[in-house]
Ligand binder design. Structure first.
Ligand code: PGA
Ligand code: ZN
Length: 428
């Protein structure tokens, strides 16, 4: 910006709670134009070891999960460094915070502290320039991603015996985000009825992703229920399926075995299990974290043996360009899961996504299991023209918030809006 660029006048942070009743950070960035940007930091539970450091107090408040230290770092270090800074140069702001932290994984100031300010600064700049955030972040963002909606939860996200973490529907045949949203919610309702009939009322309790957490114990049972719910809802031609195996927490490093679908499996048997799932359910078009995060050879075998299926790196890559370069170089993935808090700034998350897209690995934007009502990820998804957005199930305000922001953006873009639909893997 030129001489009259809006300037940061204050940065304020507050400890709030997320959808699990755990503390997180809400930050506000104020500008001399009288504007303010606000952002909340999400948090995972099946976190990979390559993620940015989530700084927690470790004292007796909230079981050690308080964020007072991270907030003190915002007020004590980030605020003085940023006050007076042009708010419209996101890359410089993020770079400055990364340099000030000085560690590789943001462990000094906290990835959560830095991300809070990074996102709030982006919101403040967009407000000061009177632009929607997706437009501020990119001049050509116009794609509404296919919502990959997790309707059945397992793994660390549910109190059931399902080993795989997420069983998702992807409404690729819908013409618009509006129709895709309706489809997801109608299938969700149908599934609720099916679960109640087949497994009793208790099976309609919710998991951490806003989907159901029924007492199932195999991927096949979960897939059969999804297929039946889609069929009963009348959407057979419009839906494909995505899984998040989240294999890292299923892997026991001492025995070298995975616990998956009721059995202990060697890495080779795990690969076969993935191949069999796709053979049995050919509408599975995406599998995330099929193998643990350090088995690049295993990942490559999965990629090579399942042509046409997105093999999505989450814990594998942690939205980190260095990890991404390694994984792509090894042929170990063909799609990137992009979670902003894995890396800790808006700029670095978007850089990772764009690096991935340039290397013909489409981007799946993703929420975390721990979320708030913040909807910033929808704007970032549109800015990146991402083809898929892992959005959770439609239960709870933490989940509806991104559906609703997408609906708002679609309406605002009007004829320029393009729903990714069947092109979800070919965009950008
Ligand atoms: P998390 O799960 O947010 O608990 O890490 C989401 C995922 O694994 O994709
Ligand atoms: Zn995952």
């Amino acid at each position: 910006m030129g001489m009259n660029a809006p300037v940061i006048t204050d940065v304020q942070a507050l400890e709030i709670i997320d959808n699990r009743g755990r503390p997180t950070i809400r930050a506000r960035v104020y500008t001399d134009t009288g504007h303010c940007g606000r952002a909340d930091v999400p948090c995972g539970s099946s976190t990979g070891s390559y993620e940015a450091f989530d700084l927690r107090d470790g004292d007796n408040r909230y079981g050690g999960r308080g964020v007072h230290k991270a907030i003190a770092n915002i007020h004590g270090e980030l605020r003085p460094a940023l006050v007076g800074h042009d708010v419209t140069v996101q890359r410089q702001i993020d770079h400055l915070m990364v340099e000030l932290d000085g560690t590789k994984n943001k462990s000094r100031l906290g990835g959560n502290a830095i991300l809070a300010v990074s996102m709030a600064a982006a919101q403040a700049a967009a407000a000061a320039l009177d632009m929607p955030l997706y437009r501020y972040l990119s001049t050509d963002g116009h794609v509404l991603a296919v919502p990959q909606a997790c309707l059945i939860n397992g793994g660390l996200h549910a109190g059931n015996e399902l080993d795989a973490q997420e069983f998702c529907v992807m409404p690729v045949g819908s013409p618009t985000m509006e129709e895709a949203t309706r489809l997801v919610c109608e299938v969700f309702e149908t599934l609720k009825g099916l679960l109640e009939r087949k497994h009793g009322k208790l099976s309609t309790n919710f998991g951490e992703d806003g989907g159901f957490a029924p007492p199932l114990s195999s991927s096949r049972e979960a897939m059969d229920l999804l297929l039946e719910a889609v069929e009963k809802s009348g959407y057979v031609k419009d839906v494909v399926y995505g899984l998040d195996i989240a294999a890292t927490p299923l892997y026991d490093t001492t025995t070298g075995r995975y616990r998956f679908d009721g059995r202990q499996r060697t890495p080779d048997e795990m690969i076969v299990a993935m191949q069999e799932l796709v053979r049995e359910y050919p509408l599975i078009v995406s599998i995330e974290d099929p193998m643990q995060q350090d088995d690049l050879d295993g990942w490559k075998t999965v990629v090579d043996s399942l042509p046409g299926v997105l093999i999505v790196g989450d814990d594998l890559t942690a939205t980190n360009v260095e990890r991404l370069r390694l994984a792509i170089g090894a042929g170990a993935m063909n799609a990137l899961l992009c979670k902003v808090n894995q890396i800790g700034t808006v700029t670095e998350a978007m850089d990772a996504a764009r690096f991935s897209q340039r290397n013909r690995c489409p981007v799946v934007m993703s929420v975390r299991s721990g979320e708030t009502e913040d909807d910033i990820l929808s704007d970032i998804s549109v800015a990146l023209n991402a083809g898929v957005f892992k959005i959770g199930g439609p239960h709870g305000g933490d989940r509806s918030t991104n559906f609703n922001r997408f609906l708002e953006i679609e309406a605002e873009l009007g004829p320029v809006a393009r729903y990714a639909g069947c092109d979800y893997a070919q965009l950008a």
